[in-house]
Design a protein around this ligand. Sequence first.
Ligand SMILES: Cc1cc2nc3c(=O)[nH]c(=O)nc-3n(C[C@H](O)[C@H](O)[C@H](O)COP(=O)(O)OP(=O)(O)OC[C@H]3O[C@@H](n4cnc5c(N)ncnc54)[C@H](O)[C@@H]3O)c2cc1C
Length: 429
Amino acid sequence: MPTILIAGAGHGGLSAAKRLAEAGCDVHIYEKCSRSTIGHDWADYIPINALAENGFTPIPHEKLAPCYPMCFVSPMKAITAGPPDRKRLVPHGVHAGRRDIAASMIADCEAAGVHFHFGCAILQPLAEGKRIKGFSYTDESGQTAEVRGDMVIDAAGAFSPIRMQLPKECRVPKKYGKYQVMYAWRGVFNRLPGEPESMIDIYLYHRNRRGISWVMTEPAYMDVLLSAMDRPITEEEIEEALTDLRESNPRIGKTRLQGGYQAPLPLRRPLARFVCDGYCAVGDSACFCGPLDGCGIRAAIRQGQILAEVLLQAAGDYSVEKLWQYQLRSLEELDTARRCREDRMRQMLMRLKPAQVELLFQSGLIGHRRLRKPRDGIKLLTDYPKLLALLPRFAAMLLKTRVLKLCLQHFPKHYPHRPNLWQSIYEKS
Ligand SMILES: Cc1cc2nc3c(=O)[nH]c(=O)nc-3n(C[C@H](O)[C@H](O)[C@H](O)COP(=O)(O)OP(=O)(O)OC[C@H]3O[C@@H](n4cnc5c(N)ncnc54)[C@H](O)[C@@H]3O)c2cc1C
């Protein structure tokens, strides 16, 4: 049976690992963290069935917390756009501890026969021409070693050392362009007495920075996220933003209970290619996450299942042509046509100035529904009466930037089955 090497114990890698090991493959996961430190120490949104629908043991109910709908705050904080009933729970959505998810998935993988190598930091891919054969790593004792197998699954996250060092001929994007990666600082603080209701407030362009901040008011704590696009957020910016958020949310205490560090969040790149001979990326290393969509974890797990099915069907032929089926299926099943629209909407919003976003809020062109459901959001481009009224304020910006081009750009509804053709469409967009 083939030897499958998995770089990083990311969700997509764990998901594929279990399925492949159950089918008899020799599966090895190399993870830089120790078993107990994998995953963040906070809780995240996941659809309640994200584990069970993919063959994993669900997290026990007593460890889950309910989710509440999001409410958007405009850059100048003049407008708050929320759902009609803020107390309503998000159906089928829960908050689950990252470490609980990792521990549960790892235990299921071990039971299926997956071999874990904790404390092994991967250094770089081993390539022969454009075929990936394995990778090098340093183990717990600091020794450097190499491992080779039939197939490498890259689940090492946003800055995977494998993806970022693939040979050019693989044609997999290695770096991030403008507005393609968000750096998020997250801290969980004690909750001071005050309004008892639970809610999630999302601040757009908070402190005039491209990106979002959020304050989640939970019964027992306050969960704060701050972010910046394309660069880590500085210590000074963190302090300023926290002071500002405490003014609007006096319930945020000063004692930090969890988090207090930054993590990168690569934004979904709907038409990029993440496969080459002997190599596939899953989850964040394949830029499969959509912020505010809250589905990075579920998308990675689902992708892992699709990948395992494709690898089992490929019966040892791990050429890019066979692996393309994985890319194609995950793009189709995980709703890429919609993601293309989201990508356009995000690219457009990122190119606006905070005052212009404020104006869009004021005019009613963007609001809760359009931000929450980008499928509807893109309709703002056809809301002609409101757009015409705003045109004088936006004309200069439209002419100067790529916004107009992005808005008008055609994106495919059906995807070509040939990787190089697909790639050329992406590169033109
Ligand atoms: C602040 C924040 C909040 C988020 N909130 C949500 C949310 O509410 N819901 C949601 O679904 N998603 C959320 N996401 C997105 C989510 O984290 C990812 O999309 C999801 O975890 C999928 O990523 P992954 O499993 O592929 O990679 P990761 O979770 O990044 O896992 C990568 C693994 O590879 C390991 N690794 C990295 N480098 C190496 C190396 N050199 N050698 C060996 N191992 C290595 C890492 O230690 C890690 O275990 C959030 C992200 C951030 C940053």
